[in-house]
Design a protein around this ligand. Sequence first.
Ligand code: ATP
Ligand code: MG
Length: 567
Amino acid sequence: MKIRNFFLPTLREDPAEAETVSHKLLLRGGFIRKVASGIYNFLPIGLRTLKKIENIVRAEMNKAGALEIIMPLVQPAELWMETGRWQAYGKELLRFKDRKNHDFCLGPTHEEVITDLVRGEVKSYRDLPLILYQIAPKFRDEMRPRFGLMRAREFIMKDAYSFDANVEGLERSYQLMYETYHRIFEACGLNFKAVEAHTGAIGGDVSHEFMVLAETGEDTLANCEACGYASNVELTPAISGEKYPTEPRKPLEKVHTPNKKTARDVAEFLGLPLAKISKTLIYITEDGEAIAVVLRGDHELNEVKFEKALSGRSFRPATDEEIFSLTGAHPGSLGPRGLSIKVFVDQALKDFPNFVIGANEDDYHFLNANLGDTFDPHLIADLRKAKEGDLCPKCGNPLQFIKGIEVGHIFKLGTKYSSAMRATFLDRDGKEKPFIMGCYGIGVSRIISAAIEQNHDEKGIIFPWQIAPFHIGLISLTKERENHQEIYDHLSEDWEVLWDDRDERPGVKFNDMDLVGIPVQVILGKNLQERGEVEIKIRKTGERLQVSKENLKDSIENIEKALCQSS
Ligand code: ATP
Ligand code: MG
């Protein structure tokens, strides 16, 4: 492709609307343009990378025996009412009416539509297992669309759904997809990790996320180098390696703590370690119940664990007025003692002697609170976020925490959707049974952002060879058109080549080529005519080599091999 004939509107400056590196580079490199918040055009160079990823995903899914279909983006409300998600899904589900006043939504995911399809067509265990997938747009009216393709409202997902006759079958389908996902992300040239994950709004009991490792990732993973255990920190059991202080229980003592609101302030004021200061948080559940949660001052509430403790009920922080009417105090002086609402306590406080609690009276705390003596909680459970230094739940060695970007998520759904929608088949024993389902998503468009977050430098993107929009960027610095055309044709026999044949300054050409992240640059300068030599620059390492025209293909082949092995 000659740049002259291409549409590559690169930008020299960072656009103000972009916060993250990948968002800036996607805009600057002319990959995408914003249409509305979280809604983008893909320009030609962006589409090339998107298609590369799609093709890798498609090839591996097909190899696994999954069958491609396309389902509609627009979905009727009736199907969502059958599973109860028309109400339960919340505002991410964009609902609207057609001209006949019928309710519809834009599909954020396709469990309902696929279950409806399969219940109508598949009648016998003989037709199972079945794995269907699509690569298609999804719409989620995200609360905070951001970071370009990372959290868009309209985005491209690969979603697959498996149907099996029994749990052993689901186990096999799940394992097959787990392995297929490893092959997909390897084939994309990404550094990634599979972790145990929380099932969220999709439901089901077991799930794994696939994370592209990048310092800028929104997700935190707990990883055990010793045994290979890895989980999303939302799910990681918090197991402390600390020794508890051994001291006898002391009598409760009220102290004046004027204007000391945070646990840190109180710790400093009282001259005690932060761990000894508890904090009490008050939440209101979706059905209006107020619950107090007590944690150590140096610990954070894990909202996923808390939601589980609430039997899946969602919750929000109580307002200051609600807090005052429930406790008689304002935030900063709250404690579990004497409350008439349920109190949940994190297990780290279970045998922890003589900690500090708020007195439910502004500017007062109690020293020497002890579970059982000072108050009796309704529940003691693991409610806190695991943190660096906590121990691996499998082998007991310390966990490391790393950042990642979720690019894939696989779930064992069981019969959640098939039971709700009466999607059944006739089993070997002549009985009608609900399909046992799994579902498997990949954020195809998010992979582009994730790949850039993982692979860039101050000059721009450094795409892995496998998903680069072009393999070779050919840069003409002299005006020997015919000679250059010959090299372009020669290289194009084996690779995808973007040829910068513009009458621009060399600096502009070099900058653009670095920006868009093409892995190999071939620079055609004076040496071509004088000595029959061209320069190769490897984008990732910056390494430059002079090679003769005759050796050009061999050299690039070697570079391709090395790049594909290293990524
Ligand atoms: P997240 O926690 O990031 O919101 P999710 O759990 O809602 O993700 P799934 O429903 O499992 O995501 O969707 C499958 C995949 O689709 C995700 O792993 C992610 O890669 C991608 N994805 C989800 N939401 C978005 C979005 N708003 N923009 C781009 N990709 C997305
Ligand atoms: Mg989401």
